[in-house]
Design a protein around this ligand. Sequence first.
Ligand SMILES: Nc1ncnc2c1ncn2[C@@H]1O[C@H](COP(=O)(O)OP(=O)(O)OP(=O)(O)O)[C@@H](O)[C@H]1O
Ligand SMILES: [Mg+2]
Length: 243
Amino acid sequence: MIEFQNVSKSYKKGSKAVDGLNMTVNNGEIFGFLGPNGAGKSTTIRMLTGILNIDEGKILCDGHDITAEPMAAKRSFGYVPDSPDQFLSMKGIEYLNFVADIYDVADRKEKIRTLTQKFEIFDALNNQIESYSHGMRQKIVICGALLHDPDNWILDEPMTGLDPRSAYDLKEMMRQHADSGKCVFFSTHVLDVAEKICDRVGIIHNGKLLFVGTLQEMRDTFKENTSLEELFLEITEDAQTNI
Ligand SMILES: Nc1ncnc2c1ncn2[C@@H]1O[C@H](COP(=O)(O)OP(=O)(O)OP(=O)(O)O)[C@@H](O)[C@H]1O
Ligand SMILES: [Mg+2]
């Protein structure tokens, strides 16, 4: 479970990248975090994961405050960042062993084999990550994030670059994880995917949360018989003209 309590962040004086965000992601649900480019999604996720300091407010992960109890909060989640271009000089297997060391993962050999075979990168584990394609880098980062079997999955645009098979598998894994009573929080621009798999969505624009709820609630509020894509465009364009 993830709770945002009145969270704000500015990179420069006078403009808030995230502005008074209040939102809860419950256990048992897939929650899609949507918004145009520059809306504040990655900033929110970087505060949630402790990479960025929070200016105002609080973020709790399974009840642990990311600022006051960073270790307990961090143990509770796995994080896929928006760019997979990290640890490039390591071999895939070195990276996963490094992650397994940090989280003290038991049965790592078996877990690494299962995850990497699922994403079809097992055979590339002895190569440097630098030699991987974008999609393969995305896959190794996903494997690293899930290796310690975290309760809360935090995924910043996880489908980017994945081939159809892997995107399908990841979506299935997200569903199973949520159905087992755990929490999946992810950002995406792929509204067809969000429409299919999310139990609830939040729409952020210019740092402000414009909507949070189920797709049906969104339709009840804005327009009946409409796709998420059309609703999204209507909600975010309305907000733009109000500025
Ligand atoms: N490191 C930074 N320094 C200064 N401004 C930043 C920085 N990172 C983000 N911003 C600004 O903060 C705002 C929110 O950016 P953010 O990356 O959170 O958006 P996003 O919703 O993740 O967008 P995208 O869909 O393109 O990934 C933007 O106006 C952006 O220019
Ligand atoms: Mg982003």
